[in-house]
Design a binder for this molecule. Structure first.
Ligand SMILES: *[C@@H]1O[C@H](CO)[C@@H](O)[C@H](O)[C@H]1NC(C)=O
Ligand SMILES: *[C@@H]1O[C@H](CO)[C@@H](O)[C@H](O)[C@H]1NC(C)=O
Ligand SMILES: *[C@@H]1O[C@H](CO)[C@@H](O)[C@H](O)[C@H]1NC(C)=O
Length: 977
């Protein structure tokens, strides 16, 4: 049930090779605007001016013929030319020519007259794995222009979606159709043509493609002319219009027999032209794409207005490609390629995200690959904003919490924990997106828009003293912040001398988040704010380096009497520079009214209050007018209070009081984060005497949400319903809610009655755990038998079914005798259980105190046998020691582990560090338990005496809201035959 770091299926796709990419041009982030003027030449002072590229795919041979002509010039004298060339391109010496052109820019130091075009003799050509080096016979002066002309042969990639690739698809009649396309990002252009294949070389391209007559060719620009190929009546040659200046990776083409559809709506005219949009797909798929063109027009019109700019091209072609295997859409300027299913989806976010790249990422491009992270974060934010405006239901209740809450969990881990999981790297893009969201609130909606317009517009102007093409329309992260600075300065939205960059740096560069503590002084009406590093998991005290993290934090505030959903400008700032003193301001409301800091999760930080303010909040939330506080803020208050109690920053009684309003809470946005929290806290108190009461409390809270299992959860209902239904059932069944258990056992009976139970499993996964947890020995044994007898090579049954059964047998069982039996069987029956199975069992047993306690006893009682059995497998040995010792949280557990350690000290081998770590862990957990368990116990006792009264209308509300959609739908619509 743990939340993953992924957000709503909008995956955090990384630019695969950012780290691996050459960092020659990478400089520190605090680079100033001057970078464009201090040009660092990397390639023999040579500069490409224009390309003419001819490609002729030879589909039957999976090869292509190519000819590239490049006009180049030099800023210094030179006698050689280096080009990026992939080793697969076949180039013979005699096919390389260099011609000096006549229109030499005569420079001051040259007295010579311009000469007529003349060949330049080549003394030798050299290949290395990355480059082709052409050595010239003579020294060329600066500003001479030459045309390089190379004909060559290359391979078309047939096993993937990268560089120049081809693939085929079958139509409904089983006939094969081929197509050829490109994906040149990040640096695959060199596999298609010798080139200056790096970001900073922006050049105009003229593309000439040969294609069969019955196919169509698409590229970044429209076709200028199509001409017949002499002697080849089946072939045509398309000449595309010259592109604006762009980098090599932006070039793209598709040659296919796909068909196109056009929107019924028009794109608004902007910059004097109307963007022509066409959507392409194979004939049999076009129907599935029919709504896509209009959706694209809606988004294009939105973004055109937002950026006050066209994409600066006349047309945009968008292709649904069968068997497209790259993880990311190929979003080239004027030509985008998607997986079929991705393009036909009715959802807006993904299309908005990719389209945003036409402006920020294609029209203007990242200056270096490091700037691509800010580009990605910014575009994700813009896509979310666009979606919230165009199709709010798609993100409502999901964004930004899905990413934000995983960041709170991820960044709240103990130090070092993240290094093992790699979460930091994945989280970075998500964090950047939310930092832009924060700026959106700080600057205000209109000013943020102005800053985006400013970014695009300021990039369109050429820098003085910089030759055409160099650094044109390319931005760094700093340029984005400077555009925001431009509006912030004008509107005075930041306190002097704080700058946007100073704010951004503290959030983006520090891989942690702050916790803000708000203390109201009710006697003199002041509020004190302080910040510190947020750590959610218990760990050893922070060292001075760890506790020195500080942020520039916007303090947006609302209060009971002055709640204003249209004003989210910061009332004050908690600054990095004055961390020694706390910040004091006058209180914003009277002492009987609550205040809320950081409503709507504007900044990425949890907030703690003094206990009186928490009480005011808990009381207000239970009052009939509680919905004055918007849903996302209600969710935050609940979520923060539990996480702070979990982190031992807040008295647990307060966190529990904050759940009381759930008796009338109807928003799933508030409920969803509640489930991971009860899971986390449940794990911590499981095994103590309090846990039974905790389960009873959960049952009373969740009971109204119990619904029968649905057969087809996706039948046209919002996705949150199925999700909430599933969560409620999972926790209710886990907490022993009787109707749930009997339903599960009824289902399970069908399987037990089956004559051939190993042919298939008729029981839905959700029923299995409750049966293994609350059911009889027979039921559990039946499950074990199914694992042992699971058919190995049956095409009907997937190994994942067996894995699921094994996981639930171990993870759900409460009864020590069952667990012992499983361990015994798994360890002794080598033919039936692999090492991976055994490892899985150990891991699953750590989820409950019965699990790890039984595992510990098993290890203790059979020490020698187990040690011998695992002698050849270090993994299993460390695995069992870790799982058996690392999860206790009581004195009794501590005593057991230290006794074992004392007795067997010299025998642990490689597993020794884990026992030591385990003992330290248990000590810390015990401190938490000693402090919090009595509080939780007392609170639950008090509140279970007078059982929670759920509002009557809530029962009815959940019954309707969560009812299975298929029930009604089946009655209403007769199946189409
Ligand atoms: C190079 O410049 C010459 C003269 O302007 C032009 O005719 C030729 O087409 C150019 N070649 C390329 C590759 O742009
Ligand atoms: C690509 O072409 C080179 C020759 O240039 C050849 O040696 C190589 O095997 C080819 N690779 C594939 C995958 O066909
Ligand atoms: C495709 O084949 C080439 C050459 O055999 C290999 O280097 C490359 O990894 C393969 N790519 C995929 C996606 O399998």
């Amino acid at each position: 049930m743990r939340r993953s770091a992924l957000k709503l299926g909008i995956s955090l796709i990384l630019f695969v090779a950012i780290d691996a990419f050459p960092k020659r041009l990478e400089r520190s982030v605090d680079l100033n605007e001057q970078h464009k003027l201090e040009w660092v030449c990397i390639c023999d002072d040579l500069w490409p001016l224009s390309y003419i590229l001819e490609i002729e795919p030879l589909i039957t041979e999976a090869k292509f013929k190519g000819r590239v002509r490049i006009n180049v010039t030099w800023t210094e004298g030179a006698d050689k030319i280096s080009l990026h060339v992939h080793p697969d391109l076949q180039i013979s010496h005699s096919n390389v020519r260099v011609t000096r052109l006549n229109d030499v820019h005569v420079s001051d130091d040259s007295a010579e007259e311009p000469k007529a075009p003349a060949p330049v003799r080549i003394s030798k050509t050299e290949r290395n794995p990355k480059k082709l080096v052409i050595h010239l016979d003579q020294m060329l002066r600066r500003n001479v222009i030459c045309e390089i002309d190379i004909t060559y042969l290359g391979n078309i990639t047939t096993n993937g979606t990268s560089d120049l690739f081809m693939n085929e698809y079958n139509d409904v009649n089983g006939q094969k159709h081929s197509y050829v396309a490109t994906y040149l990002r990040l640096n695959n252009a060199r596999k298609m043509f010798p080139s200056f294949d790096e970001l900073q070389y922006k050049t105009k391209f003229q593309l000439i493609l040969r294609r069969p007559k019955n196919m169509t060719a698409l590229s970044n620009t429209p076709i200028e002319k199509s001409v017949a190929v002499p002697g080849e009546p089946e072939m045509m040659q398309d000449h595309f219009e010259q592109t604006p200046e762009m980098t090599t990776y932006q070039l793209a083409f598709v040659i296919s027999d796909f068909e196109s559809i056009v929107p019924t709506k028009h794109a608004n005219t902007i910059d004097g032209q109307e963007l022509q949009v066409r959507v392409w797909g194979r004939k049999d798929y076009v129907e599935a794409l029919k709504d896509v063109p209009d959706k694209i027009i809606t988004i294009v019109n939105y973004l055109q207005e937002y950026f006050n700019s066209s994409i600066k091209l006349a047309k945009l072609d968008i292709v649904a490609m069968p068997t497209y295997t790259a993880t990311k859409a190929s979003d080239n300027w004027g030509l985008m390629i998607f997986k079929e299913g991705e393009l036909s989806s009715p959802l807006v976010w993904n299309m908005a995200y990719e389209l945003t790249y036409q402006w920020i990422g294609q029209y203007i491009t990242p200056y270096r690959w490091v700037d691509a992270s800010e580009n990605k974060g910014l575009n994700s934010f813009l896509a979310s904003m666009t979606t919230m405006d165009i199709n709010p239901d798609e993100l409502k209740g999901k964004w930004p919490m899905n990413i934000l809450y995983s960041l709170y969990y991820g960044y709240g881990k103990a130090f070092g924990a993240n290094r093992r999981t790699g979460i930091i790297r994945d989280a970075k893009f998500a964090k950047i997106e939310l930092v832009f969201r924060m700026f959106y609130y700080i600057l205000g909606k209109e000013d943020f828009k102005t800053s985006m317009r400013h970014l695009i517009q300021s990039q369109s102007t050429t820098w003085p003293g910089v030759a055409e093409g160099r650094g044109t329309r390319s931005f760094t992260a700093i340029d984005i912040y400077n555009s925001m600075k431009y509006v912030a300065t004008k509107s005075g939205s930041l306190p002097r001398p704080l700058t946007i960059i100073q704010i951004a740096e503290t959030w983006i560069d520090q891989e942690r988040l702050p916790l803000v503590t708000v203390t109201r002084n009710y006697n003199n009406s002041t509020i004190t704010f302080s910040q510190k590093l947020y750590v959610r998991e218990t760990q050893n005290p922070l060292n001075s380096w760890e506790s020195s993290y500080r942020w520039n934090i916007p303090l947006v505030m609302q209060s009971r009497h002055k709640w204003n959903n249209s004003d989210y400008t910061p009332k004050a700032w908690l600054l990095k520079s004055n961390y020694e003193q706390n910040l004091n301001i006058r209180d914003i409301d009277d002492k009987d009214s609550f205040i809320v800091v950081n409503p709507e999760e504007i900044g990425l930080f949890p907030v703690n209050y003094d206990s009186h303010n928490w009480e005011l909040l808990a009381d207000y939330l239970q009052s009939p007018t509680f919905e004055t506080i918007p849903t996302l803020t209600r969710a935050k208050l609940l979520h923060d209070s539990w996480n702070l109690a979990y982190a031992d920053e807040l008295h647990f009684k307060i966190a529990l009081n904050m759940t009381l309003f759930l008796k009338h809470e109807k928003s799933h946005v508030v409920w969803e984060p509640f489930f991971p929290m009860i899971d986390h806290v449940g794990r911590r108190i499981e095994g103590s005497g309090v846990f039974g009461k905790f389960e009873a409390y959960l049952r009373s809270l969740l009971k109204p949400m119990y619904t029968e299992a649905c057969e087809s959860p996706q039948a046209g209902e919002p996705s949150w319903k199925a999700h909430l239904r599933g969560l409620a059932r999972y926790f209710l069944c886990g907490a022993g809610y009787e109707p749930c258990i009997s339903e599960a056992r009824d289902q399970f009976k069908k399987w037990m009655a089956d004559q051939e139970p190993d042919k298939g499993n008729p029981v839905a996964n959700e029923f299995i755990c409750p049966v293994f947890k609350w059911g009889t020995d027979d039921e559990w044994n039946f499950g074990l038998e199914r694992v042992i007898k699971f058919p190995r090579d049956s095409p009907e049954r997937k190994q994942s079914e067996r894995t699921y059964l094994l996981k639930t047998l171990a993870g759900c069982a409460k009864d020590p005798a069952k667990i012992e039996r499983l361990l015994y069987v798994a360890i002794t029956r080598r033919a039936d259980f692999t090492d991976a199975d055994i490892h899985l069992i150990f891991t699953m047993l750590t989820g409950s105190s019965n699990g790890y306690t039984t595992l510990f006893k098993f290890l203790y009682d059979h020490w020698d046998t187990i040690k011998q059995r695992f002698a050849g497998s270090m993994n299993l040995w460390t695995g069992i020691v870790r799982s058996a010792t690392g999860f206790f949280n009581t004195q009794e557990g501590y005593d057991m582990v230290s006794k074992l350690y004392a007795e067997r000290r010299s025998e642990f081998g490689n597993a020794e560090p884990f026992v030591i770590e385990a003992m330290e862990n248990i000590m810390r957990e015990m401190k938490w338990s000693e402090k919090n368990l009595p509080v939780i116990d007392q609170w639950l006792t008090d509140n279970l005496v007078k059982p929670l009264v759920i509002d009557k209308d809530m029962q009815q509300y959940w019954k309707t809201a969560l009812a299975c959609p298929n029930r009604e739908i089946n009655d209403a619509t007769a199946p189409a035959s």
